[in-house]
Ligand binder design. Structure first.
Ligand SMILES: NC(=O)c1ccc[n+]([C@@H]2O[C@H](COP(=O)([O-])OP(=O)(O)OC[C@H]3O[C@@H](n4cnc5c(N)ncnc54)[C@H](O)[C@@H]3O)[C@@H](O)[C@H]2O)c1
Length: 327
């Protein structure tokens, strides 16, 4: 199949490109490189187009030859959205509507062009229920979460209104190789691993008892690839996580064991927009994807530490912001 991956030069996108190519699919990537890196695609055969999902001409040109679109391009991270809520809205909500409209209106090889959209567990926000079920109320706590809920709603709306085959996955905290540390909005796992490997202090917002359903990127891309291959379409958003719940304190302990050294930890105030706990109910996911076996957390953490060692060896990146991010 011909698959367009928006945001394909980013963390999840570049892992997905490899997964799709390994399974024989042709991939095109549209990415504005605002947080992604073209070098993430080194060694792949993906057609790379440097551009924005907000530019309909570029988007339409790529959509025309696609059988499926996996739409990952976004201004990710809660803190980034606190700094500029309108930019997050324009890219995450407006950009998603652009992608859906392009898929609906552009003629081409495929008449029933599938669109898979990345939503986020952050849409559950202030809803304290655990585990999170797809029909639980959504209560966004940040502009990022609100923009993701809007993106997801447009995705479901286009399916109902225009019979566009769509599916919106709520990703939880995804981690793995190519998730970059060393920038102000770094996610918690790469930030902690980076600190652990460079002997710097890990900064924990709060007391470290907050928990997340940390999901290996290998599990996420295997699910997305399967959804493309079976041309899945769903009237409900789907959690894409398997119900693991790990606190930041447990994460730090496991990391200390892996790097075989005690870690320096500093606790600071809680961060705005962060939810205390997050854990998926994976029942719907398991029903739709009975063949997907989640990668074990410890194996994935080890693979991520190994990748980070290689990354550090080839980079001079040393600035870190050690913060737990509900993404
Ligand atoms: N990583 C997680 O834990 C997590 C959790 C929930 C949801 N998500 C969602 O998954 C998707 C991928 O996230 P990621 O972690 O790989 O983030 P990422 O920042 O690594 O990837 C996003 C990519 O989109 C690109 N991009 C941003 N704006 C663009 C635009 N206007 N046009 C084209 N490209 C643009 C960036 O350059 C980047 O390569 C995002 O939609 C994010 O909101 C991620």
């Amino acid at each position: 199949m011909h698959v367009l991956v928006t945001g394909g030069a980013g963390f999840i996108g570049s892992n997905l490109v490899r997964e799709l190519e390994t399974h024989g699919h042709h991939v095109a990537v549209l990415d504005d490189l605002s947080t992604g890196h073209e070098s993430n695609l080194d060694g792949t055969s993906a057609e790379f187009v440097h551009g924005s999902i907000l530019d309909r001409t570029t988007l339409d040109g790529l959509v025309r030859s696609a059988d499926a679109i996996v739409h990952l391009a976004a201004r990710s991270s809660v803190p980034r959205s606190l700094d500029d809520p309108i930019a997050s809205h324009e890219v995450n909500a407006g950009g998603t509507l652009n992608v859906l409209e392009s898929a609906r209106l552009v003629s081409g090889a495929s008449t029933q062009r599938q669109v898979i959209v990345a939503s986020s567990s952050s849409v559950y926000g202030a809803n304290a229920e655990l585990p999170k079920r797809e029909w639980s109320p959504t209560r966004p706590m940040s502009p990022y979460a609100a923009s993701k809920l809007a993106a997801e709603s447009y995705t479901l709306g286009h399916r109902s209104s225009f019979d566009l085959p769509t599916v919106a996955f709520r990703f939880f905290n995804v981690f793995g190789p190519r998730q970059m540390p060393g920038h102000a909005y770094a996610a918690v796992i790469p930030a902690f691993i980076h600190a652990a490997l460079t002997g710097t202090t890990l900064t924990v917002h709060g007391d470290g008892t907050q928990s997340r359903d940390f999901t290996p990127v290998a599990t996420v891309v295997a699910t997305l690839r399967t959804a493309v291959e079976c041309q899945m379409s769903s009237a409900e958003p789907l959690n894409l996580a398997f119900g693991l719940r790990i606190t930041l304190n447990e994460l730090i302990d496991r990391l200390a064991t892996l790097v075989d050294a005690p870690l320096l930890v500093e606790h600071v105030e809680n961060r705005r927009g962060d939810v205390p706990h997050s854990q998926a109910d994976p029942t719907l996911l398991r029903e739709h994807f009975p063949t997907i076996e989640p990668t074990s957390f410890d194996d994935a953490l080890l693979a991520t530490v190994d990748w980070m060692r290689g990354h550090l060896a080839s980079s001079s990146d040393t600035v870190v912001d050690l913060a737990a991010s509900e993404r």
